[in-house]
Write a protein that binds this ligand. Sequence first.
Ligand SMILES: Cc1ncc(COP(=O)(O)O)c(C=O)c1O
Length: 498
Amino acid sequence: MVKNVKKIAFANIPLNSENNIPLYQQLYDGLREAILSGSLKAKTRLPSTRTLAKELNVSRNTVMNAFEQLLMEGYLVGKIGSGTYVAQTLPDELLHTGVIKTKEQKQKNFGLSKRGEFLASIPVSLAQRYRTSLTNTTPFQNGLPAYDAFPFERWSKMLAKCWKHLPRKAFGYGSSAGYKPLREAIANHLATTRAVKCSAEQVIIVSGSQQALDLASRLLLDPQDIVWVEDPCYMGARSALQAAGAKVVPIPVDNEGINVAYGEVKSSAKLVYVTPSHQFPLGMAMSLQRRVALLEWASHNNAWILEDDYDSDFRYIGRPIASLQGLDSEGRVIYIGTFSKVLSPTLRLGYVVVPLNLVDAFSSARALSDRHSPQVEQMVLTDFIAEGYFSQHIRRMRALYSERQEALIEAVKEHLLGFLSVYPSETGMHTIGWLPDKSNDLAISETLMNNQIIAYPLSMYTIEAKLPPSLLLGYSGFSPEDIYLAVKKMARVLEYTK
Ligand SMILES: Cc1ncc(COP(=O)(O)O)c(C=O)c1O
């Protein structure tokens, strides 16, 4: 039976490792199409992930990722590891209503360009990929600031005041590089807190890091250019690079950060994306030796470094680690920061610090995509920083998140000791919960998600790396009570008793 299946469907799935589309995505597309076209019939048992990985000469992670997505979307049923079948009732009604279409139909009906098809197939985050019906404010969604501690009253007063006294010139179009006083305030803040060396002119306001990643990828890379990314990697960055046509080469990380020596042997590259202050998602800081090695590598190879400094304000022990940008004497580092973590993602405000000779290019490309960020929010943020509320908020959140991390560790000790290992993390808004060896983090995450708990599996962020099974546990966005209840529920759902 299984042999037959392979003949019908799998042999025909063209997997091309040279292609920019990730292999799991190609496999997902192929299997989905085989199911929709009927060449894989309802109730057909699929080979195990191990067998299929061997057959297709891809990693098991690739197959698991593809299966996982098909399971989530209802094309497959069962459990990875104990039998996966084509669903008896496919999302068929959707087929008839035309919501789901085969690739051919998509091309015919929507007329997307090849680039359009490609862009539409790249998810920016796991939340988008899972199309989860859970709100992303459900524990343990990672990277969420504390909603309950946002200074709503202060912010709304400042916003109202700003609108009331809005100068006429702020009512029209603004500068694509951003509101000048805000750029100045950010340059000062970065100089004192992150040792970033820049003038206000080098700071360009963007709508969150994602836009900075997108602009940098499109401005600095040509299709087929090779880029290094950390493995595991932040999906938003990897997707932006792939969307620009880059060939993403995964470079392993160890407890000092990205392994530069390994990368040098593996492949050349025109750019590298790194999270030096707090590796996403594992959490280590890049050592000084590695920082120096990376800068030297970039210098010898005429390469760019994208430094994503997304949550380094939340350092619980000692002072925040200085930026990589501050060590760069050749203007190779593009430094990206965001207000999504320190204030709120809904503001859609971030910044990118670029070398002086790139300022015009970034401003023009920004203007081309959406002209500029809303002026009023930029003005309010400027006052918020100038009047000292921003630093105060960071200090308060640092204390609050430290407490929340502790609450998570304590709750895990009480309810999941022996099953989940969570260690104190010096920085950030999430930590890793390590599962027992050989457990299936994808299946566990799915079970949790079916029970309204979001804990994404680490394996969804890896490309080639083989890491022990584990889950990402965000704590910053949830009260200690919510954390406690969610951990308790986790133990119940997973039927774990100490
Ligand atoms: C590594 C990393 N960079 C950046 C961001 C922030 O993205 P944005 O500024 O687009 O909201 C996140 C959010 O989760 C992140 O995890």
